[in-house]
Write a protein that binds this ligand. Structure first.
Ligand code: C2O
Ligand code: CU
Length: 500
């Protein structure tokens, strides 16, 4: 006997349904939140389907995979090929899909000609698994392997990318999504997509654009590739039944580009952010997803049967050059089937209780981001509290310490500020948490503004990085570390510009 429950408050319905069932059958079958079987036409997502990493381990609690970084030629649209740096030969890398609480083991091999590492962006890993060279592990050199092994404690969409010359390596194609599902999240929408947004630059021969293109000005801007990709493809299409709910898990893996999504004005219902579901849904006509961030959104694309709808990236001003002479970009086409549109149904009520940490006794950490005028060599250095990364001393925190960071962006550029290892909650200027509450690990600080967040360094001692996720900015100096607990901080002044 199967009970199919349509989108709605699935959990509640499921519970009452199973209570009924238990009464009738006098059997106590455990309730599984059962999603609807989906309304989209068969094969609807073939144009964007991500390859999934293959689990070699029969234990359902362990996801064990191989991952190889190597050069490969990939086709981003028919006939348009690029010699990219890839994970497992694909762009993006394979979708690593785990369940909350799983142990994830990744046997990583570097077949590139350069050293690399893998950083698990947004995952609360131990410091040894964080992928930062010299702090977490030595660089993985050509031909070497490294095994990453950690438990995914939080549901949500995360991603993985190198932390060695990351502006170059991410820009060349090294990124992939790590999705941690929570079967009891109560969202109950079966038509679900994981969307990896990125861009890549290459020439007619398929050779990658240099990571130095545009020189110092390119670095200050934050280089963007001319081809905008959704799951490694240029303007792919999905099929849909008009008016049916879909859930999109979106990550922006571009090294600099922001995506301001628009669906011809049709609303996006945001239910989650970097660290899983948020307190309650919010609805908006467009959603902004800055470099490194994630969004969990519900959409109900609708239109005439047989027509199509385009998801676009609108212009967003993240600094000079991001809107001047720029065009809106088409990202994804939604082709409606011939079936009549579904009647409007309310979005499922997705809620999560989040208790903000107490601000009492929190240590105040002022952070000032500046960009002094370029030196005689034309180079510019981003600075954090007056110094670029290579001259910075680590910030400090005691284990268990609560800190409130006040970040003032005194530059003419936006900076998506990313902290490794911990989630934080944004606060308003009166130290009140901003609703809906949602755990963040990457927060955009718009140009000439101040933002605040609260973070509790309550576990996993180690030296953790923070940096702008416009990776050219990070390598231009906008990086730092915080030494949590009783650890010996590393020396940043190793004369090397890189390290990100
Ligand atoms: Cu995705 Cu150090 O970052
Ligand atoms: Cu920045």
């Amino acid at each position: 006997m199967t009970i199919t429950i349509r989108a709605g408050s699935v959990l509640r319905q499921c519970m009452s349904a199973s209570v009924l069932l238990a009464l009738v059958l006098a059997a106590a079958a455990p309730c599984q939140a059962q999603a609807n079987s989906g309304f989209a036409p068969a094969g609807w997502d073939a144009g964007v389907k991500l390859r999934e990493a293959v689990d070699k381990n029969p234990d359902p609690a362990i996801l064990e995979i191989d991952l190889v970084a190597k050069l490969a030629e990939v086709e981003v649209s028919p006939g348009l090929k690029v010699k990219a740096w890839t994970y497992d030969g694909g762009l993006p890398g394979p979708l690593i899909r785990a369940k909350v609480g799983n142990r994830v083991i990744v046997h990583f091999t570097n077949e590139l000609r350069e050293p690399t590492t893998v950083h698990w962006h947004g995952v609360r890993v131990p410091i040894e698994m964080d992928g930062v060279p010299n702090i977490s592990q030595p660089e993985v050199k050509t031909g070497e392997t490294f095994t990453y092994d950690f438990v995914v404690r939080d549901p949500g969409l995360f991603w993985y990318h190198p932390h060695v010359m990351s502006a170059a390596q991410v820009g060349f194609g090294l990124y992939g999504a790590l999705q941690v599902d929570d079967p009891s999240d109560g969202v109950g929408i079966a038509d679900e997509l994981t969307l990896v947004l990125s861009d890549i630059g290459f020439d007619k021969r398929g050779d990658l654009e240099s990571a130095e293109s545009g020189g110092p000005a390119g670095q200050v801007f934050g280089r963007e590739g001319q081809y905008v990709l959704v799951n490694g493809r240029q303007k792919p299409a999905i099929k849909a039944r008009a008016g049916a709910w879909q859930r999109w898990r979106i990550v922006n893996t571009a090294k600099s580009r922001f995506f301001l999504l628009d669906m011809d004005g049709q609303p996006f219902t945001t239910i989650g952010t970097d660290g899983g579901l948020q307190e309650h849904p919010t609805e908006a006509g467009t959603v902004l997803i800055t470099a490194g961030e994630r969004l969990d959104v519900l959409v109900r694309p609708t239109g005439k049967p047989g027509s199509s709808l385009i998801v676009r990236a609108m212009l967003y001003n993240r600094g000079y050059g991001s809107v001047e002479y720029r065009d809106v970009e088409d990202l994804l086409t939604i082709e409606f089937s011939g079936e009549p549109p579904m009647k409007a149904q309310p979005a499922p009520k997705v809620a999560r209780q989040i208790t903000p940490p107490s601000t009492e006794g929190a240590t105040r950490v002022p952070v000032m981001l500046t960009l002094p005028p370029a030196g005689p060599d034309g180079r510019s250095e981003f600075r954090v509290n007056g110094v670029p990364y290579w001259q910075a001393k680590p910030f400090m925190a005691r284990l268990g310490e609560t800190q409130i960071w006040t970040i003032t962006n005194d530059t003419e550029w936006d900076h998506p500020f990313h902290l490794h290892g911990y989630y934080f909650l944004p606060l308003d200027e009166h130290d009140q948490p901003i609703h809906p509450l949602g755990w963040k690990d990457t927060l955009n600080i718009p140009m000439k503004t101040t933002a605040k967040f609260i973070v509790v360094f309550d576990e996993r001692p180690g030296e953790w990085m923070f940096h702008c996720h416009i990776l050219d900015h990070a390598e231009g100096g906008l990086m730092g570390t915080i030494a949590v607990g009783d650890v010996t901080p590393t020396e940043h002044a190793h004369g090397k510009r890189s390290g990100g």
